[in-house]
Structures are given as structure tokens and as C-alpha cells.
Design a protein around this ligand. Structure first.
Ligand code: SF4
Length: 331
């Protein structure tokens, strides 16, 4: 599949044929299993100032929290009880809080005490940090590159270099060499983003041979500079467009794990998550962050916390999956 074909698929009047093709590929590579991965949002403290994010350092109105290690391990134990297989430990970028030693110790504890696979998502970090965490047993690292358009990337990430290698692509390549399964992806509908650049982003996922694809719509946060930016985007913020990107990612990377994201459910609380699965996604990430903290992890506002970790909510989710002929599997 080349760039011209991707652009045609992104702009075709109807996406149904594309979604059907992606479902066939997913069935061949993944069967009817959907992985459930427990998302734990460790902390809303962040040193960075990404223009789109409600947790940016300069947003003095944001309430900050940081979970204790025992609370995090308890969330991983809950993931095990629910049959999930993996926890995703995600936090704002703050090396002083999430030191090399602390994260390595946490990874060891989670693996030893709960047997869960560990995906880390702690932002841009030094090679020695990610090496130490891999050594401690971390399995995967998720770092969205957000866009391959260098000007746009630099505009929305203050301090990011405009020249040389894209810092996040460079880190993803390093981590692949360190033995991680890597996850990359982008935001769709950023002010000033073009369809061509989204096609480039999709091709970059294939070039990197990512193991996981994390992509979702851009949801404006009113307390951020980008939330007030009226620059138009060629890229629609919609469930349909996001699902086309899931489907294309599935065709470009047949074996990749592709979560149907929280941002998609926020756009369409009734159907968003399932439409993601119906267009080739195969992972769902229930939010296991304790309720007391959840509302303070706000990259964008009105986030749907997809499912509370109560069995009845999971039952409802399993019933939804069954309507698509899918079922939860551990992994
Ligand atoms: S997107 Fe991530 S790194 Fe950027 S400000 Fe938000 S939490 Fe920090």
C-alpha cells in the first residue's frame, strides 16, 4: 500500500469496504480475541508544556497527584484478578518523580507480585533509563510521535528541535534495539495538520515496524494554547476518520496490537469503542486508575473512563464484544 492509496482510502465517500477488509485481516492474524490491558495513570505531574495538553506544566489550574508504589502494585493485582495479562503504566513526563531506580523497582515488583506484562508510557527518556527498565523486565514502551510533520511537531511541543532526527522516532528506534515491543502513533485533527502528513504518519508506523499502534482524535482542551487556536485542519476530528486510520494501520501492520482508544469513546460514548473494534482494532484498555485520581489525569477534557473495574461493567463490555463475535483473551 502506498501513499496515494492511503490518501484515497482516507477521502473515499464511504469507509465500510475498508473496515470490512481490516476485519478480515484481523481475524486472520488475531482470531476473535480482544486483549484487555489495564491502564494505570500514575501521575499528572509533568515537566513538559505540550500545547494541547491539560496536564502541561504551565497549566496552574490543573490539580496534580502522584500514586504511591503500593497503590500501583494493587492496580496491577486487580488487572490480574480481571484476567487482563498486561498493565500499562502511564504518567506525565517527570524524571525527578519517576527516576530510573524507582521505575525499575516498580517493574520488578509488578512482575514478581502480579505476573502481569508491563507496558511503560513515561514520555521521552534517556537511553540509559529505558535500558534499565528493560533489564528490570519491562516488556513494551508506548511513545506516540503525534505527527511526523517536523514543523507541526515543533510548534506544539515547545523546546523540541526542528532539525535532526525526530526525537520520538529516534527513541522508538533505540528501544526496538533494546528489545522492547514498541508502540507509536499520532493525533488526528491537530490545527494545521494535513491529510498528506497523516498518510506519512501511517507509513512511518510500518517503517518502524511498531508492535502497537496508539492513535486517536485530537480533542481540544480549553485551558491550553492549542485549545484556543482556530487554525483549520484538513483532518477531521471524527469517529469515522479515526476508524479509517485504525483500518489502514491494520492493513499496513497485520499483526500489530491496536487499541480502540478512550479518546474515541469520548467522541462517541455509545458506539465509539465498538466502532474501533469493528474497523480492525483488537485491544481495549479499561482504566484501572483509582477513582480518587482519575479526574485529574486530563490531557483533554470530559474523558470517558471507559469502564469501572467492577465485574458488572466488564460483563456489559463482554456482551458488547459478543455482538461483534469477539471475546476477551489474556495477553
Ligand atoms: S502530553 Fe504528556 S508530556 Fe506533554 S504535557 Fe501532557 S502529560 Fe506532559
Amino acid at each position: 500500500m502506498d501513499k496515494r492509496e492511503i490518501l484515497e482510502a482516507l477521502t473515499a465517500p464511504d469507509g465500510e469496504a475498508l473496515f470490512a477488509k481490516a476485519r478480515v485481516v484481523r481475524e486472520k492474524t488475531k482470531g476473535n480475541g480482544v486483549f484487555f490491558r489495564g491502564l494505570v495513570e500514575l501521575s499528572s505531574v509533568c515537566d513538559r508544556d505540550c500545547l494541547y495538553c491539560g496536564m502541561r506544566h504551565s497549566n496552574v489550574g490543573a490539580h496534580r497527584y502522584a500514586m504511591r508504589d503500593d497503590e500501583i502494585v494493587a492496580c496491577a493485582a486487580l488487572a490480574r484478578e480481571l484476567g487482563f495479562g498486561t498493565v500499562v503504566l502511564q504518567a506525565g513526563e517527570c524524571p525527578a518523580l519517576w527516576t530510573r531506580e524507582r521505575v525499575a523497582g516498580l517493574v520488578r515488583r509488578v512482575k514478581a507480585e502480579t505476573g502481569q506484562h508491563v507496558t511503560l508510557s513515561l514520555g521521552e527518556r534517556a537511553e540509559a533509563d529505558t535500558a534499565a527498565w528493560r533489564e528490570a523486565g519491562a516488556d513494551r514502551y508506548l511513545l506516540r510521535f503525534e505527527t511526523t510533520d517536523r514543523d507541526l511537531f515543533a510548534r506544539i511541543h515547545p523546546g523540541a528541535p526542528r532539525d535532526g532526527e525526530h526525537p520520538r522516532l529516534a527513541q522508538l528506534r533505540r528501544m526496538k534495539a533494546q528489545g522492547y515491543e514498541i508502540g507509536g502513533g499520532m493525533m488526528l485533527g491537530l490545527p494545521g495538520q494535513t491529510l498528506e502528513s497523516v498518510a506519512d504518519d501511517l507509513l512511518m508506523l510500518r517503517e518502524l515496524a511498531v508492535d502497537m499502534v496508539g492513535l486517536g482524535p485530537y480533542l481540544a482542551h480549553p485551558d491550553t494554547p492549542l485549545g484556543r487556536d482556530q487554525t483549520p485542519s484538513e483532518v477531521p476530528v471524527s469517529v469515522d476518520f479515526t476508524c479509517r486510520c485504525y483500518a489502514l494501520a491494520r492493513l499496513l501492520l497485520p499483526r500489530a496490537n491496536i487499541p480502540s482508544t478512550t479518546a474515541l469513546s469520548t467522541l462517541d460514548p455509545e458506539q465509539g469503542r465498538l466502532r474501533g473494534l469493528a474497523s480492525g482494532a483488537n485491544v481495549f484498555m479499561p482504566n484501572l486508575t483509582p477513582a480518587a485520581y482519575r479526574a485529574d489525569y486530563q490531557i483533554y477534557p470530559d474523558k470517558i473512563c471507559v469502564v469501572a473495574p467492577q465485574a458488572d461493567s466488564l460483563d456489559a463490555l463482554h456482551a458488547d464484544l459478543a455482538t461483534l463475535g469477539l471475546r476477551q483473551v489474556e495477553g
